[in-house]
Design a protein around this ligand. Structure first.
Ligand SMILES: Nc1ncnc2c1ncn2[C@@H]1O[C@H](COP(=O)(O)OP(=O)(O)OP(=O)(O)O)[C@@H](O)[C@H]1O
Ligand SMILES: C[C@H](N)[C@@H](CCCCCC(=O)O)NC(=O)O
Ligand SMILES: [Mg+2]
Length: 245
């Protein structure tokens, strides 16, 4: 990251809440005075400007003063792994293309959250996966996972995959917002502790379900109420606003 501080937000799957939670964490850190931005190296499954792409949602959630095309270096319409979506669009992008395209957004902020597409083993180019991109960027990782039954297996596998490449994992967040019936799932109460016990990696909290319209104010409140931000601030060497005074 060329001396810049970065944190890569990955997930145990696609659709686990990386955009919502990355947006929430960045919004909360910005509300404390941090000059924090976000970068989505490759996004698939939408068109720029259609209002549904991760870059547009991340702008809405964080209140960053940037353009969607600066936040998302490459956008492909097909809802596929980036390597396949690019191929379908007739492009063959390389890891170096992705790293170069993100240079300006990485340089614009003191710290940058980076959101992957799907999980760590997803092919993003012909010969590189998301884990390879993380290794190139030399950032540590935050894992977003579902909070219900099945997450122990998905989260421990994700951790082992990253650790085999020597990538350090800051922690994981369990997202309570993906199933309406979590109260009927007794594993939700114990999953965080069990994953911590088997991995030695800390759970930074359970992110709550946000019913209805998601906006920056609600996201900031959710983070403040449920997430331990200290390890994130430490990793990014961000000080809390009161420490600036
Ligand atoms: N805590 C939550 N409360 C309510 N809705 C949520 C919550 N977390 C995620 N969602 C919803 O679940 C869906 C998937 O979330 P999101 O887009 O953040 O996943 P993702 O991991 O970023 O997926 P991708 O791999 O496509 O980037 C979205 O519609 C999002 O609004
Ligand atoms: C289309 C999805 N929403 C996502 C790509 C997910 C790829 C998952 C591939 C897989 O694990 O099988 N795109 C994105 O995050 O930009
Ligand atoms: Mg996303």
């Amino acid at each position: 990251m060329n001396g810049k501080q970065g944190l890569f937000v990955t997930g145990t799957d696609t659709g686990v809440g990386k955009t919502v939670i990355a947006g929430a964490l960045v919004a909360a850190l910005r509300a404390e005075g941090g000059n924090v931005g976000v970068w989505k190296p490759v996004q698939t499954g939408g068109l720029p400007g259609d209002g549904t792409t991760d870059a547009e949602l991340l702008l809405k959630y964080t209140g960053m003063d940037s353009y969607a095309e600066d936040i998302a270096s490459f956008t492909f319409e097909a809802p596929l792994a980036p390597m396949l979506a690019a191929k379908q669009a007739g492009l063959n992008i390389t890891l170096q293309d992705i790293l170069s395209a993100g240079e300006s957004i990485r340089n614009r902020y003191d710290s940058v959250f980076i959101e992957g597409a799907g999980g760590v083993a997803v092919p993003i180019t012909e010969d590189a996966s998301t884990a390879d991109l993380i290794a190139e960027l030399q950032t540590s990782v935050l894992i977003v996972a579902r909070s219900g039954l099945g997450t122990i297996n998905h989260t421990l596998l994700t951790m082992e995959y990253l650790e085999r490449r020597g990538i350090s994992i800051l922690g994981f967040i369990l997202n309570d917002g993906l199933s309406g019936e979590l109260c009927l799932d007794p594993s939700v109460e114990t999953n965080g502790r069990i994953i911590e016990q088997y991995s030695g990696i800390p759970c930074l909290g359970h992110f709550p379900e946000l019913a209805g319209e998601i906006d920056s104010k609600r996201l900031i409140h959710a983070v403040q109420a449920t997430i331990n931000l200290s390890p994130v601030r430490d990793a990014l060497t961000i000080r809390k606003m009161e420490e600036y005074r």
